[in-house]
Ligand binder design. Sequence first.
Ligand code: FMN
Length: 180
Amino acid sequence: MIDNETMRSILARRSYKKFDGRPIDDEALETIVTAGLYAPTGMNRQPWHFTVIRSKEALEKFGAARKSLPLPPGVPAAAVAAMGDPMRNAPVMIIVSGKDGGTTPQDCCLAMENMFIAAASLGIMSGWDHATVMDLFKHNPELRAELIPEGYTVYAASFFGYPGPEVKDRGERKGTVEYK
Ligand SMILES: Cc1cc2nc3c(=O)[nH]c(=O)nc-3n(C[C@H](O)[C@H](O)[C@H](O)COP(=O)(O)O)c2cc1C
């Protein structure tokens, strides 16, 4: 394998559940978002909308809404309390939604992956949170209406921040590639 800066960023990217709370500055955030905007899209439709939650007020509001969600079946309240801050100490959450039609789901996920890799190149990690956000919007349509344009579907939502505690080794990736 060729070792270059792009490959190092791709391999450095990891999913984190907790962040260390340090803010992401404007230039770094703009870099991450620009990477998303330059993802490929079917017929160059760019059918997406990026919602970047980063102000103290927006993070607190989103966090409070998360906290008031009913617990998923089988999850003890103590486990949720142990997570601490409902926003996982992340200074930014980005939600990618899209106007349906064509290749919108693929386009939106490619945008998110571009943002993950650009973030990793800056030492900023990410954590997928799509299921909780979908649940949150189901329970809180007013918040959804504030954050997501009408008629758009949410395809990806992730925290971004400087990494918190070490994550488990994800293991080697092998066995699913076939060269013909
Ligand atoms: C579509 C999708 C859904 C995911 N859902 C969750 C999730 O609900 N909770 C979570 O902690 N991680 C979630 N992840 C992150 C994966 O667990 C993670 O990517 C995988 O374990 C490999 O680890 P790595 O990202 O550090 O390489 C999700 C990732 C993807 C692509």
